[in-house]
Design a protein around this ligand. Structure first.
Ligand SMILES: [Ca+2]
Ligand SMILES: [Ca+2]
Ligand SMILES: [Ca+2]
Length: 361
């Protein structure tokens, strides 16, 4: 969905049978450019909305424009804004600590001894819950491509057995010259999004991730160990695929983003994932020190949520063979503002990487 993809090749295969097919870009592959999707209309959003979501029209709510202007998450130098930000941080300290700064939090509410808040991260919106020192986050499965939740809610978010969120239906607006940056505009204001807490908190396999999260990203909501490697989905850093060791998994591991997490804090971050769109088995089999999810390249194989929502920030291409040298390969990494092309030579059981080109936007 990012401008960058206009510059990056996406490879399509007529037959994706073997790891060889899925991992190596060959001469027969058709090259195609990403085409921007048309934003959904209000009717299309309603038609495709999740079953567990009720959208109610309530015109009197704050508009998207008003809420965005007054948002606590706006970064400007206004002193009053800074003071509000400080108060906000103080107020949400408990959530920041319990969830290790994985979310941007808002709309805190106490119900008996349970503290609730709305959390946002790169994957989407979550309902955060702290009860007797135990913290859990429930994914809401509402794409930020379509749903905007007001930063300032006029009414409590928990009402009876329901989560009620004021907001708007929105579309993404691309900003020319700012790749990777998404702006939004409202296509219908004054909405109440109503979700039953029973639906949100449902965790059929009791692995700690709610069904909505697992179904949104292609994990198995009926098994607490999707890839059957003996590590539960909640504790598995690569929950979708079993890890393996060979020269190509090693190559992908070398090229994956490095977050410099020397203290191993990322391991404890159960709700923070780096998402890659790639079908290569070797890439799927990587061992990592942070959480990863993979989404299929073929649009028809994607879950509805990832089809609608841009959750990929970084990617690594397929591998290209060097006709001149069987030990030499070409591969590219890309992010929202760069592409780096590498030549990778496998010598004496080790990879030697050399940057041979790229683009910085
Ligand atoms: Ca689960
Ligand atoms: Ca599961
Ligand atoms: Ca597992």
């Amino acid at each position: 969905m990012k401008l960058l993809y206009f510059l990056t090749f996406i490879f399509f295969f007529s037959c994706s049978e073997t790891a060889e097919d899925r991992c190596f870009a060959g001469l027969k592959d058709k090259l195609t450019y990403y085409q921007e999707k048309k934003p959904f209309t209000v009717d299309q959003i309603r038609e495709n909305k999740p079953d567990y979501l009720e959208i109610i029209n309530r015109k009197k709510y704050r508009s998207f424009k008003q809420d965005s202007i007054e948002s606590i998450h706006r970064y400007d130098s206004d002193e009053a804004q800074e003071a509000r930000w400080k108060t906000h941080q103080e107020e949400y300290k408990m959530f920041e600590e319990k969830f290790s700064d994985q979310f941007s939090c808002s709309n805190k509410q106490l119900v008996g001894n349970i503290a609730y808040a709305i959390g946002r991260n790169a994957l989407g919106f979550w309902l955060l819950k702290i009860e007797n020192d135990k913290s859990l986050a429930y994914f809401l499965g509402l794409s930020f491509s379509h749903y905007y939740l007001n930063d300032i809610q006029q009414k409590p978010i928990i009402n009876g057995g329901f989560l009620e969120l004021e907001g708007s239906l929105v579309k993404i607006v691309k900003v020319p010259g700012l790749p990777g940056y998404d702006d939004y505009s409202a296509i219908s204001d004054g909405k109440l999004f109503r979700l039953n807490l029973k639906d949100i908190t449902k965790d059929s396999d009791h692995d700690g991730y709610n069904d909505i999260f697992e179904k949104s990203f292609g994990l198995n909501a009926e098994s607490n160990d999707t890839d059957g490697d003996g590590i539960s989905d909640f504790d598995d850093l690569n929950p979708m695929f079993r890890s393996s060791k060979n020269k190509f998994t090693k190559l992908y591991e070398l090229l994956m983003p490095q977050y410099g997490d020397t203290e191993g804090n990322l391991k404890k971050m159960h709700y923070t994932f780096t998402v890659f769109e790639n079908d290569c088995d070797y890439f799927h089999q990587v061992s990592t020190d942070y959480r990863v999810l993979f989404i299929p390249e073929n649009n028809n194989k994607k879950t509805y949520y990832v089809k609608m929502t841009d959750v990929t920030r970084e990617n690594i291409s397929k591998i290209k063979k060097d006709k001149e040298n069987p030990d030499n390969f070409f591969i590219s990494t890309s992010g929202s503002s760069y592409v780096s092309d590498y030549s990778a030579e496998y010598k004496n059981g080790k990879w030697e990487l050399e940057i041979i080109g790229g683009i910085v936007i």
